[in-house]
Ligand binder design. Structure first.
Ligand SMILES: [Zn+2]
Length: 462
């Protein structure tokens, strides 16, 4: 008996001309869903062209065969994304040959592919090749085990580059929280049906378009993950990298690949609702109108703190147009103070000292910013309206409202139906707030009315 552990996949060597990647570009997925954003500078691409023309050593490309249907496969690039993009750009005349090739032949430097003489183009077409290792046997894009092995190969090849925690989490394709985070905050998205990357993510929440943080190392994704952690805890909590990782890990599921169901989770809905309000607060900013990101939304720990403040206010107070303006004014003033703190400004200095993402620091910042907000209100002579804590009518109130309105839907009657047509049965009847609860409407008989199911739903939408 020989010691011979079973292999999880097979590897076959191949040799591909660099022109292949351009001629059949639709057969290559250069950015699989677990891949992180990685863009080479023009100089780095030209260095590679230099090596290719000199026929120097170039590392192997690692390709995975992915089966889309019985008779169709696509080639996923596990490693070599930038080498392939360089090849494609050169053959498509988007990249010039470097000056460094002068000593190989004087006609090469500065040339694009179609400027080359026929014999040189033949050299490119026939002689410039990449060696490739093609991985077979893990070809099902919906199989979490296959995807995990592909991801594992990718990680091991990235060893020298040290992935950050969000880059690792990003590759956890069968995590429902990961999918939600990527869908709403990443720059690109991935179409699992067609198995292709979508360059500009149409689902990205508008708030992430105006935040002034680069997403190169997935900072948007980490921020979104932290919003989920806050919402899940209902307030300040540990937001360290390990907590982000375990949030992703604890939501993995066998049918998680391409699964978007987490967005129906109450936690996800609350996050999106808060992001909507935050976006609303900033959307009229002059910088956005000029197409820029907002200068004040640059530091993650500040964004976390205003998210928490807004979340708190929304929970207890009526936050409408006027209050949003106040909130913005407060934040801009706070930001000024934070940027140029006075030696005496204990509150702001303490806020800055607590920039860490553990619970103690998050909480300390939250208390400070909350206190400063209410101080600001007081200075402005403004007050917030408390939401009525009681959200729904009790049985006695429901009966009283029904009797008073004679069981008639108040909207139906206003729309011109007669009394008989407008009567709602007790079973169908819904007690509605005339002034919505979210707008400070109280839960009292005087603010209640009978609505039919149809009108109650319509009111909920508007
Ligand atoms: Zn009605």
């Amino acid at each position: 008996m020989a010691f011979n552990p079973k292999q999880e996949y097979q590897v076959i060597e191949d040799l591909l001309t660099i022109k292949d990647f351009s001629d059949y570009s639709e057969e290559y997925v250069t950015r699989p869903p677990y891949q992180r954003k990685n863009v080479w500078s023009t100089r780095k691409k030209q260095n590679l062209l230099d090596s290719l023309f000199r026929r120097f050593y170039v590392p192997k490309i690692i390709i995975r065969e992915v089966r889309l249907t019985e008779d169709r496969t696509i080639k996923e690039i596990i490693d070599g994304q930038q080498r392939i993009i360089t090849a494609q750009e050169f053959v498509q005349d988007k990249l010039r040959l470097p000056k460094s090739l002068q000593n190989l032949h004087k006609d090469l430097p500065g040339k694009i592919y179609s400027d080359l003489s026929a014999d040189m183009r033949r050299f490119v077409d026939k002689e410039l090749k990449y060696k490739a290792d093609v991985v077979k046997g893990i070809e099902d894009p919906r199989n979490p085990l296959h995807q995990r092995i592909a991801t594992e190969i990718f990680w091991r090849l990235q060893q020298g580059e040290s992935l950050n925690s969000m880059e690792i989490a990003h590759a956890r394709l069968n995590s429902l929280t990961r999918n939600f985070i990527v869908k709403y905050s990443d720059d690109i998205s991935f179409d699992f049906e067609k198995y292709i990357p979508v360059d500009d993510n149409p689902h990205k929440h508008p708030l992430f378009r105006i935040i002034d943080r680069t997403n190169d190392r997935m900072q948007h994704l980490a921020l979104m993950a932290r919003f989920i952690l806050l919402e899940k805890a209902g307030g300040p909590i540990e937001l360290k990298n390990a907590d982000v990782e375990s949030l992703i890990e604890s939501y993995t599921s066998d049918d998680g690949i391409g699964n978007e169901t987490f967005e129906k989770d109450p936690i996800a809905r609350k996050v999106l609702a808060n992001l909507n309000v935050l976006h609303d607060v900033f959307k009229d900013d002059l910088m956005i109108k000029n197409g820029d990101a907002i200068r004040e939304l640059r530091q993650e720990y500040i964004i976390i703190s205003i998210y928490l403040l807004l979340r708190h206010l929304k929970q207890y107070y009526v936050i409408e147009e006027d209050q949003r303006k106040l909130f913005l004014e407060f934040f801009l003033r706070f930001h000024d103070r934070w940027q140029n703190p006075d030696d005496e400004d204990r509150d702001v200095l303490s806020f800055s000292e607590h920039r860490q993402q553990d619970k103690k620091n998050v909480e300390a910042r939250h208390i400070i910013i909350r206190q400063l907000f209410f101080q600001f209100l007081k200075d402005q002579g403004k007050d917030l309206i408390l939401k009525d804590e009681k959200r729904s009518f009790n049985e006695a109130e429901r009966i009283a409202i029904y009797r008073r309105d004679k069981g008639i839907c108040q909207m139906c009657i206003r729309e011109g139906k007669n009394e008989k047509e407008s009567v709602v049965s007790w079973a169908e009847y819904e007690a509605d707030h005339v002034v919505a609860h979210a707008k400070g409407g109280v839960t009292e008989i005087s603010n209640g009315q009978v609505l039919c199911g149809h009108h109650n739903k319509r009111k909920g939408i508007s």
